[in-house]
Design a protein around this ligand. Structure first.
Ligand code: SF4
Length: 283
């Protein structure tokens, strides 16, 4: 295996104009800035257009089943907590199919970085609305417009215990800095990446994001929970999308609270044979 984190040699198959290109480049830039090689990190990919990044990023990785990228990432982290673990998954996968896993990963403050490709549709299955679609958005699955309110992932993460919550735009050349900060954070980090689905979402275009996004000001305090909640609700209340780190605090991570992992990783612990376990009355 190459020691370089780079393209695998396979060309991305995403549609022209897809925001996934920007997220792949941002992730690669963040990994390079952190001097990580493929053997230094694990990536758990979800199902969908975003998950196809598994073919294009040279890293140790698992292509998970629908909604299951997060629990697999937690397993990776608990087995070798000295390695950074990243999740790459879509908004339908993370907030819809895997919504329960998302909530409980926040609660546990599991030390993983979840990068969500938020384009408001299930792109790989040709454009049904996802939980991030705006009320009234029309699609093949909602020809008269969806009746549901859009889910607020930033508010959900904040209220369930996530210790790092951020939002970025896929085509922002500096988005890699937020990914890097999320990966350097100890604890659960969410980076909601706004992106265009050029083929199936004709509402959330680059022009839409240009009009509806704005960067957080320098004086913004990311340790202020109430302010973070207010910002997190702006997409739902005012259709305004703040970009930057909304919340960043330190709390003990899940694995740090397990005494059996204080001095070693799970994978390096002694493996007992059945007869040894019987002798210890473990089985
Ligand atoms: Fe990207 Fe949408 Fe094409 Fe999927 S269907 S590759 S999300 S533009």
């Amino acid at each position: 295996m190459s020691s370089e984190l780079s393209f695998t040699g396979y060309r991305p198959t995403w549609c022209p104009g897809c925001g996934n290109y920007g997220i792949l480049v941002a992730l690669q830039k963040a990994l390079k800035a952190m001097h990580l090689t493929p053997s230094d990190l694990f990536v758990s990919f979800g199902i969908g257009c975003s998950g196809n990044m598994n073919d294009f990023l040279n890293a140790y990785a698992m292509h998970s089943l629908h909604g299951r990228a997060i629990p697999n990432a937690i397993g990776m982290k608990l087995s070798q907590h000295d390695k950074p673990v990243v999740v790459i998954a879509g908004d339908g996968d993370t907030y819809g199919e895997g919504g329960n896993h998302f909530v409980h990963a926040c609660r546990g403050n599991h030390d993983i970085t979840v990068i969500v490709h938020d384009n408001g549709v299930y792109g790989l299955t040709t454009g049904q609305v996802s939980p991030r679609a705006n009320k009234g958005d029309k699609s093949k699955s909602t020809p008269s417009g969806t009746l549901d309110m859009p889910l607020s992932p930033l508010a959900l993460a904040l209220t369930q215990g996530a210790t790092f919550v951020a939002q970025a735009y896929a085509m922002d050349p500096n988005a890699y800095e937020i990914i890097q900060k999320g990966m350097e954070h100890k604890g659960f980090s969410l980076i909601n990446m706004l992106q265009a689905c050029a083929t199936f979402n004709k509402m959330h275009t680059p022009a839409y994001y240009k009009e509806h996004t704005y960067p957080l000001q320098e004086e913004y305090n990311p340790t202020d929970f109430n302010q973070a909640i207010q910002k997190a609700m702006e997409p739902v209340v005012e259709e305004k999308f703040p970009l930057g780190i909304l919340y960043d605090i330190q709390k003990p991570t899940y694995h740090e609270q397990l005494p059996q992992l204080h001095h070693t990783t799970l994978i390096s612990r002694k493996r007992y044979t059945d007869s040894e376990l019987l002798a210890k009355d473990f089985i």
